[in-house]
Every structure is written in structure tokens, then in C-alpha cells.
Design a protein around this ligand. Structure first.
Ligand SMILES: *Cc1c(COP(=O)(O)O)cnc(C)c1O
Length: 398
């Protein structure tokens, strides 16, 4: 098939379903047995996985009706891809775009009162922009922030500001939310921090209710929060990384099997036998300690395969591990296939499973000093996404 030419990412939709079912079962339940509704986070091209294939699958096959994106372009792109459910923009949108937000029936995050007033200034008379109000409870990123006060005074200050936003003509406030900074940690100190964040958003919600400011949604769970907090009060759970089958924190167990949705494969361009003492790749950072078979693979950092893997990590060829040798180049890298019987044209698995061996994005992240999120988000546009469903490839997105 066409996509087998060089380097491609396989995206397995069936695994999304398993991950979502596992996550849903792990969510806390209230007295009536209800859980948070799932809001699928499809920002950054579904964390590099291909939103054009995934979002419609989530909506039409898995029945998801809440989506979150990072910006207006992504939101409009989701509408153009047939998403009719609710779409929340988690980040900043220039207020001049208020009309476009309204026209596409998108929900915008409001970070502070002056921003809400700016949005309102740009909306046509008689129209309203739907918003969720972000409360900064400890992430110190975006959101209403009570300056110089804490505790009850902070709750009141935030509620005063939120109330002004709700009252702003042209603004239709439907929810409040916050973002947890350390929900993926079980250190006692971090657990206390998370509990404080949760207490604050719930206190704000309760105080607003007391003031008869009625908002339908109050949400704060991300993947880690949904897995570890046993919370039944967040009305939505913003499911990101776990949907794609990766852990929020590989050091903490996930209470159900995760199925990584992306596999990254490439092909062996050439295999050569080299003498001991032969240098490999730029900078001569690797010298063969003995006679070796070296395979050149058709992927590099321009495909999002990190250069930090130079002389670290391994790929899988024929179900065996082939350690990377020398520097990863822009479009190619070399690996040691001595004795593995590898030949030109063989498939190399960079992320995923081959036989009994697996390399995960988290494994690669650990070697590169980063997180799995960054690895999958970084797989570049040059890499076609091959969509699998019921075990078979059915579409290729380039
Ligand atoms: C990205 C993001 C999420 C999803 O986080 P995961 O750790 O991937 O589940 C949730 N909420 C906000 C505000 C985000 O920016």
C-alpha cells in the first residue's frame, strides 16, 4: 500500500474505545451512581493522532458530545470535520473573534473580567458568546485570580469577578472550571495541593449558587484527576492523554490496561556490514566496537523522532530490539542489527509492538527527559496517519 513507502503512524480507533471505557469505569460515582460526562480533549490534532479521523469516531461511534480544543482554528476545524457536539476552547482567543466564536456555536474560556468585556464589545447586538469561566486555583496559568488574599476572602473575590462576567451583556456564562497542577502525583504534599484546588473550585461554585448565579457545568478533572481522585462532583471529565492510551505519569499505575493508540513504523533503507572501528553518523559519536551489521532507517527528527535518542533507545525489527547507534539525523538514523537477519525493506517499529517486544512513547520520553505527551504531539505532519478500525487499515490522512 502507498503508505508503506517510508514512515507512517498507525492509529487504532478500537483502542480509543477501550481506553474510554476503562476511564469511564474508573471515574467516581455519586449516590445515584452517576459519573462526570466525558469531554474528549482533541487539541493539537488529538495529541498528534489525527483529529479528522478521531473526533468523528468519538462523536458518531462512541457517542461523545463534549470536545475541548486549544484555540479557535482547532474549534472551526472540528466543526468543518462534522463535529456538532459542544466544543470548548481551553485557551485564549483574541476578542475580535467573538463573532466567529458565536457563529460556530463554540464555547470560549474567559480568563478575567476585562477579557469578558472585550469579547462583549466585539459581539453584535442581540448576540451572545457562550463561555466557561476559568478559575485559577493553583496552576497559575490562566483564570480568575484573587490577588493578595486567600481562603474565604479569595473565594469571595473570585465570585465577585465571576458574577460581573455573568452579568456582562453579550456574555452567556454556562460553566466554571479549573485545572489541576499535580493530580498525577501521589506525594502527600501534592495530594494536599490538589485537595486545596478542588476545595477552592467547589467553594466558588457553592458561593455562586448561594448568590443565585446558576451555572450548569463545574469541572476540574483531567485524565489524572479522573483516574486517581474518585471524585463525583466535577460535571465533566476532560479526558486527554488516557484516551490515547498513555499514562499521565508512568510512575503511577493506571487501574485498567491502557492501549496506546499510535504506533510509528518505518522501513530499513539499507543494511551494511562494517568493520570494528567504523564511525557512524554525524559527529562520530559512535564507533563500532566490533564488526557489526548496521541498518539505516527512514525516519529522523523531521518526522518527530527525537534527536535526543542518539545512541540511546532501540527500535524493533523482526520482533527484536535494535539499539540506535550514532546521532539521529533529520530524515534517517542507524541501528545495530547484528545477527538479526535484517534486510533492506524490512519494517522497523519505532513506537509500538512487534512480536513480543514493545516500545512505548513513554519509554522514549523517559530516555529524552520528557513526557509521552510531547513525543506523540511531536510526530510531524510529514508522517501520514493510517487509520485502523476492526484490525484493518481503512483510511490514510496526509
Ligand atoms: C490538555 C488539557 C487537559 C487534558 O489533560 P490530560 O492530562 O491529557 O488528560 C484538560 N484540561 C485542560 C485545561 C487542558 O489544557
Amino acid at each position: 500500500m502507498d503508505y508503506l513507502k517510508r514512515t507512517w503512524a498507525e492509529i487504532h480507533l478500537d483502542r480509543l474505545k477501550l481506553n474510554m471505557e476503562g476511564f469511564r469505569a474508573a471515574l467516581g460515582r455519586d449516590a445515584a451512581g452517576n459519573t462526570a460526562q466525558i469531554m474528549c480533549v482533541v487539541k493539537a490534532d488529538c495529541y498528534g493522532h489525527c483529529d479528522r479521523a478521531i473526533a468523528p469516531f468519538l462523536q458518531d461511534t462512541l457517542g461523545v458530545d463534549w470536545f475541548a480544543v486549544s484555540n479557535l482554528e482547532e474549534a472551526v476545524h472540528m466543526r468543518d470535520s462534522g463535529i456538532t457536539g459542544e466544543i470548548l476552547i481551553l485557551g485564549y482567543t483574541p476578542p475580535e473573534a467573538a463573532g466567529e466564536i458565536e457563529r460556530y456555536d463554540i464555547i470560549q474560556t474567559v480568563t478575567e473580567l476585562p477579557y469578558a468585556r472585550e469579547l462583549a464589545r466585539y459581539i453584535a447586538p442581540g448576540k451572545r458568546v457562550r463561555v466557561h469561566i476559568k478559575i485559577d486555583t493553583g496552576m497559575t496559568r490562566i483564570g480568575l485570580h484573587a490577588q493578595g488574599v486567600s481562603g474565604e476572602a479569595a473565594v469571595n473575590a473570585v465570585c465577585d469577578e465571576a458574577q460581573e462576567i455573568v452579568r456582562t451583556p453579550g456574555i452567556c456564562a454556562e460553566g466554571i472550571f479549573t485545572h489541576l497542577a499535580v493530580a498525577d502525583s501521589d506525594a502527600p504534599d501534592d495530594a494536599a495541593y490538589t485537595e486545596n484546588q478542588r476545595a477552592m473550585i467547589l467553594a466558588v461554585a457553592a458561593q455562586l449558587k448561594k448568590r443565585l448565579v446558576l451555572l450548569e457545568q463545574v469541572h476540574y478533572l483531567n485524565s489524572a484527576g479522573g483516574l486517581y481522585l474518585n471524585d463525583s462532583q466535577s460535571t465533566l471529565a476532560r479526558l486527554g492523554i488516557v484516551l490515547y492510551g498513555l499514562c499521565p505519569n508512568p510512575a503511577l499505575a493506571v487501574p485498567f490496561p491502557l492501549h496506546p493508540v499510535m504506533e510509528l513504523r518505518s522501513r530499513v533503507a539499507q543494511v551494511k556490514t562494517v568493520k570494528a572501528g567504523t564511525c557512524v553518523s554525524y559527529g562520530r559519536t559512535f564507533t563500532a566496537p566490533r564488526d557489526m551489521e548496521i541498518a539505516t532507517v527512514c525516519a529522523g527528527y523531521a518526522d518527530g523522532y527525537p534527536r535526543a535518542l542518539s545512541n540511546r533507545g532501540a527500535v524493533l525489527v523482526g520482533g527484536k530490539r535494535a539499539p540506535i547507534v550514532g546521532r539521529v539525523c533529520m530524515d534517517q538514523f542507524m541501528c545495530d542489527v547484528t545477527g538479526l537477519g535484517v534486510k533492506s525493506g524490512d519494517v522497523a517499529t519505532l513506537i509500538g509492538t512487534d512480536g513480543c517486544e514493545t516500545v512505548t512513547a513513554d519509554d522514549i520520553a523517559a530516555l529524552c527527559g520528557t513526557i509521552g505527551y510531547e513525543i506523540v504531539c511531536g510526530i510531524s505532519k510529514r508522517v501520514p496517519r493510517v487509520i485502523f478500525r476492526d484490525g484493518a487499515a481503512y483510511n490514510v490522512y496526509k
